[in-house]
Design a protein around this ligand. Structure first.
Ligand SMILES: Nc1ncnc2c1ncn2[C@@H]1O[C@H](COP(=O)(O)OP(=O)(O)O)[C@@H](O)[C@H]1O
Ligand SMILES: O=C(CO)[C@@H](O)[C@H](O)COP(=O)(O)O
Length: 481
């Protein structure tokens, strides 16, 4: 491997299933070294992870990067959004983090919407209608179910904040990830003291929101990571905002990410405020906005269906008539937190491959239903949809998105767009460039374009029909007559 041309930076993606680290050459965008280590997430009623595992995974991922990580001049961390990390006076977790896909706080979400002025008021104020994914609903759930944990909490952080703070010793966050809490007002770009007071959270427990381009801190002494003391640390951001940076997208280009979560989003200069709650009005990591729709059931749900059928994930077969809504974890888009998977249209001649294809269709449908809503009205429909995340590597995912969207689909060759976005943010600290411009200079979005095919309207309307007809079933938990 040839020597780097420019300084090196480290970009990290601490996502739901694993932490990935890249060492990147600032001059060329070449990935000089990489590492990855898994996390565990609880199953059953909730979805929780021990934040200390994220730190251990970061240590391991950086160890795999070898010598190159030692040379990094700056580092930045992107991470799964929304997770509630509660720390005691020593900075130790009071309890495991409640993750974005934990739906136990659905009753608190509905209650908060009602108590604070209704859907439109929330959208106008915070840009979003809080669902069970939002941090504010998790805090309200904790206050109700574990008041001792709330009393012991001396700092509240998001997943990427937790790791950044362990690097720098300072409690910081950024506008992108703050916008997914439900207690950050997008209208004023500040913490919303009324919402915080309503849920009994002291603003002093929250991190400082660092501006884009500002240094969050420097690496402190006394840990086992391969960074030198004084290495610059950027503010980091939520994983979707980081991927938007990593692709260098401009308004009008839609992105679909297929990972543990499915997301569809675009950068916009207009502050979103969707009172239906389909689109979350997130901020991006620069100074624009990131209207986004997110599903809870994506690659893991489809892989689970493949496993149940005893099929490889690519063993799909075309077929009409069978519909599978893969809501194995409940769902967020549409907002059906208590729902479960639903199968309709099964016949004697339905094959396993057709059932598997139906699972892909069901997972992609909800994301595509939100596609036009995240794009500005004047967006050009012939602009390719950028397909990223682990699922984007799979042919069945690519072909399903292509058929159900009717759009050209571009699959960037770069694999870890979240970590690359974090690396671009770290690079921006060194060069003074806009991180999105850094990513464009690196050519991170480049990759083959699959031409548009005719949109499969029949499948789309069948899915819409089943979703609507099955509404009463999907609104309640299985077995809860
Ligand atoms: N070649 C592939 N084809 C289809 N799916 C894949 C492939 N490789 C990985 N995946 C899926 O990608 C998922 C991980 O994606 P990733 O974006 O890394 O997730 P996250 O960031 O949520 O942890 C896994 O659940 C796996 O099902
Ligand atoms: O909740 C959201 C977005 O609002 C999710 O997209 C999380 O940010 C988790 O991301 P992955 O682990 O699937 O990348």
């Amino acid at each position: 491997m040839s020597a780097a041309e420019g300084p090196l930076v480290v970009g990290v993606d601490t996502s739901t299933q694993s932490t990935k680290a890249l060492v990147v050459d600032v001059a060329t965008g070449r990935v000089v070294a990489s590492g990855q280590a898994p996390h565990t997430v609880t199953s059953g009623a909730g979805r929780e992870s021990d934040p200390r595992q994220w730190w251990d995974a970061l240590t391991e991922a950086l160890r795999q990067c070898g010598e190159a990580a030692h040379e990094a001049a700056a580092v930045s961390i992107g991470g799964q959004q929304h997770g509630l990390v509660t720390l005691d006076e020593h900075g130790e977790p009071v309890r495991p983090a409640l993750l974005w896909n934990d739906v136990r706080s659905a009753p608190q979400a509905s209650r908060l919407v009602e108590e604070l002025g209704g859907a439109k008021a929330w959208a106008d104020r915070t840009g979003s209608l809080p669902t069970a994914s939002f941090t504010v609903t998790k805090w309200a759930w904790l206050a109700e179910h574990e008041p001792d944990a709330v009393r012991a909490t001396k700092a509240v952080r998001l997943p990427h904040d937790y790791l950044t703070e362990r690097l720098t010793g300072q409690g910081t966050t950024d506008r992108g990830d703050a916008s997914g809490t439900g207690w950050w007002a997008s209208a004023t770009e500040a913490y919303d003291e009324e919402i915080l007071a309503h849920v009994g959270l002291d603003p002093a427990l929250l991190p400082r929101v660092v501006r884009s381009g500002e240094v969050a801190g420097t690496v402190r002494d006394g840990h086992d990571l391969p960074f030198s003391k004084g290495t610059l640390v950027a503010c980091g951001t939520g994983d979707n905002a980081a991927a938007a940076l990593g692709l260098g997208v401009r308004p009008g280009t839609p992105v679909m990410s297929l990972g543990t979560s499915g997301t569809v989003y675009a950068v916009s200069e207009h502050r979103p405020a969707d009172p239906t709650g389909t689109v979350a009005g997130f901020a991006d990591a620069r100074g624009d906005w990131l209207p986004l729709a997110c599903t809870l059931n994506c690659t893991l749900a489809v892989d689970r269906v493949a496993t149940l059928l005893g099929l490889d994930r690519e063993a799909v077969e075309p077929g009409r008539g069978v519909t599978l809504l893969p809501f194995l974890d409940g769902e967020r888009t549409p907002n059906l937190p208590h729902s479960s998977g639903l199968l309709h249209g099964l016949r004697h001649d339905t094959t396993g491959g057709q059932l598997l294809q139906a699972a892909y269709d069901g997972a992609v449908y909800s994301l595509l239903a939100a596609l036009d809503l995240v794009l500005d009205e004047d967006a050009d429909p012939s602009t390719p949809l950028l397909l990223i995340g682990g699922g984007a590597r799979g042919s069945a995912w690519q072909q399903t998105v292509r058929r159900l969207s009717g759009r050209p689909v571009q699959v960037p060759e770069a694999k870890e767009l979240v970590a690359l976005g974090a690396a671009a943010q770290a690079a921006g600290l060194l060069t003074g460039e806009d991180p999105a411009a850094v990513a464009r200079r690196w050519g991170t979005a480049e990759g083959p374009v699959l031409d548009a095919v005719e949109r499969d309207e029949e499948t789309l309307s069948r899915l819409a029909g089943v979703l609507s007809d099955a509404a009463p079933l999907l609104e309640r938990a299985p077995g809860n007559g």
